[in-house]
Design a protein around this ligand. Sequence first.
Ligand SMILES: Cc1cc2nc3c(=O)[nH]c(=O)nc-3n(C[C@H](O)[C@H](O)[C@H](O)COP(=O)(O)OP(=O)(O)OC[C@H]3O[C@@H](n4cnc5c(N)ncnc54)[C@H](O)[C@@H]3O)c2cc1C
Length: 441
Amino acid sequence: MNRTVTVPASKIAVLDEVDVVVCGGGPSGFVAAIAAARQGARTLLIEQYGFLGGMATAALVGPIVKFNWQGRRIVGGIPWEFVETLAKHDGAIIDWPSGAVPFDVEVYKRIAAKMVENAGVSLLLHTRVTDCLLNRPGKVDYVVVENASGRHAVKTKYVIDCTGIGAVVVKAGLPWRLRKKAQNQLQPMSLLFRLGGVDTDHLENTQMKEEGVKYFNRRLRTAFENSELGRKMLFGGPWLIHGSTIRRGEVTVNMTRYPGSGADVKDLTAAELRLREDIARIVPLLRQLLPELKQSYLIDTATQVGIRETRSITALYNMTVDDILQPKPFPDTVAKGAHPIDVHQYADSGQEVRFISKDYNIPYRALAPRGSQNVLVGGGSVGATAEAFASIRVQAQCMALGEAAGTAVALCLEQGGCAVHEPAGAAVRQRLHEQGAIVDL
Ligand SMILES: Cc1cc2nc3c(=O)[nH]c(=O)nc-3n(C[C@H](O)[C@H](O)[C@H](O)COP(=O)(O)OP(=O)(O)OC[C@H]3O[C@@H](n4cnc5c(N)ncnc54)[C@H](O)[C@@H]3O)c2cc1C
């Protein structure tokens, strides 16, 4: 339908006035909020669900990678503090040689909220950021939020878009593009689920512990490929792992796939419906295919389908595959990565993995949309091509980028409220280094 309707102008109450609004409480968002608040910024974190963690808790994706490269830690700071705190509360395993950190979803939700609270962040859950009001191009004055209490505005000096899909960047009229390789070919969405009643003592595969992403269950893949269902169905892996559960007898299963865009509500709706049906057919078959799964049962499907990629900002610096494969020593390095270039094929059951030879650097400029005065991003909408993002896209890196964005905003405030491109990237790096982040200084 091509019809339009005019929405009448309305006055809405101003709910709050803060230094920084962080939009989205996923891995990048809750870390960004903690970083900003610990450095004295009055920080408001806004999340549409009733809990924090984004894809880690709502989409059940895990384990958290990539903390290590060849046995050396490459992400420290708040992300590592978070997983250490999880482990102290029996909510994570942090000593796998691969550096991958499986976790317990419920402990994750609780500890993320506790750390946010302890940092002095104000938190609005069940609240969606729906718009931005600008006083000049690139300068957001208010974010508009909607929740059970109605529609309100929040006045702010800075905004960090951690929605994973660049939702605020779009509303702020800042430049972005979809990361598709070809027409509509984003990486597929996947609905994860958890199984109980699994003989994990025998299924427990040391490969995931040792090799991280290289691992998938080959025995199951072969059996599934040769089944009637497997011949018809788009699937990946399958990865049966301690990812978003660490309990004996339970695994997270990552194997469903839906080709479509997580920035298109029709695709999102279709994916949720299709993949829950797929899971209902997959689970009984898994019981037949592997003896370790004979007694298994479905615990749950994720709250929402997992979205691997959507929008990239057009940043002051856009990461390319060269920056991943031939790492550069940026003066404004704010995070490091080492995950392989990991592309789940759009329309078949394949996966293209290109391993890297050395850990690489991500500069502060990749978080600043071109033309932005007071908006930064953390996490999923970092300026990067599809290939580069296929490596950057994992949680530890998104958390590290969140810490960088929160820290940069705190520095901007200290410098009298300067534009986000003005603080020297080297100063952001230096501050991160002092906070225990790993930025090769
Ligand atoms: C299928 C799949 C498997 C993956 N496997 C792994 C893995 O094994 N290990 C790993 O480390 N990474 C994995 N990832 C990547 C991981 O999900 C991302 O690295 C991470 O979630 C990015 O964090 P983020 O904070 O940028 O975004 P998200 O996790 O997407 O968080 C965004 C948050 O913003 C909220 N939000 C969105 N819009 C609004 C709005 N308008 N108003 C308010 N709130 C809003 C959302 O509810 C969400 O909480 C996987 C991803 C997928 C999809």
